[in-house]
Design a protein around this ligand. Structure first.
Ligand SMILES: [Fe+2]
Ligand SMILES: [Fe+2]
Length: 233
């Protein structure tokens, strides 16, 4: 019994010393270059566009953001979507700030790893879950509700694939950093931290674009057609 307890304790201590980021994920592309190559074929890819393509702006031009909540009411479903996205934005900002502090040496790498691994796990998992609900539950309903926006929702689905690639590379770079920290061969974790920061910043930039464009498609559609027919999130 004492052996089991001490075994468990040592395993827990090991886990505490060795945070691991998001193991249950498969890569779509193997590296950032492949994602870029893929994006170069599409001028409206997540990595290149600055807003929704004009043909999918029919409703956002009719229901501009400046009028949301003032002239046009935001219902519970729309508000939930905005809140969920704002949560991702806030989480991204906190992770980004902490990464910058680690890069600048204001936080020790080991301390940073202990702090960021569980938070990054939570962030990546929540984002992945949110995309699945959109892809499988809501986007088919939205596409059927207004055929003019179908291509816009397909573009957002493509974004999800690209973001999934970036999530996977983020997790991989985070684990490389954690491994470098634990390495007994004198490997400099700084290089791995810089690579992680590069992947993380790419993900956050792509995510910002995606969240805004998605809101520009979904919120006006809910305002025009009413929320009741789409159910609850
Ligand atoms: Fe999305
Ligand atoms: Fe979303």
């Amino acid at each position: 019994m004492r052996f089991v307890k001490s075994f468990r304790r040592s395993r827990l201590q090991k886990q505490r010393q060795a945070p691991y980021v998001w193991g249950n994920i498969r890569f779509v592309s193997k590296n950032a270059a492949q994602t870029k190559e893929y994006s170069a074929l599409n001028p409206f890819s997540l990595l290149t566009r600055t807003e929704l393509p004009p043909e999918y702006r029919v409703l956002i031009d009719k229901f501009p953001r400046a009028e949301w909540g003032a002239v046009h009411t935001i219902g519970m479903l729309g508000q939930f979507w905005l809140d969920r996205h704002d949560g991702f934005r806030q989480f991204s900002a906190v992770l980004d700030e902490a990464t910058d502090k680690a890069l600048e040496g204001q936080v020790q790498p080991g301390e940073f790893a202990q702090w960021f691994a569980p938070r990054l796990n939570h962030f990546l998992g929540a984002l992945n879950g949110h995309h699945q609900i959109e892809d499988y539950q809501y986007f088919p309903l939205f596409m059927a509700a207004d055929g003019r926006l179908k291509g816009g929702f397909e573009l957002l689905e493509e974004d999800h694939h690209l973001i999934h690639d970036m999530l996977a590379r983020n997790a991989s770079a985070a684990n490389d950093f954690i491994r470098a920290l634990q390495s007994e061969t004198g490997e400099d974790p700084r290089k791995a931290l810089e690579q992680y920061a590069l992947e993380a910043k790419g993900l956050l930039k792509g995510l910002e674009r995606h969240l805004e464009d998605e809101e520009d498609l979904i919120l006006p559609l809910l305002m025009e057609q009413g929320e009741d027919k789409f159910g609850h999130y």
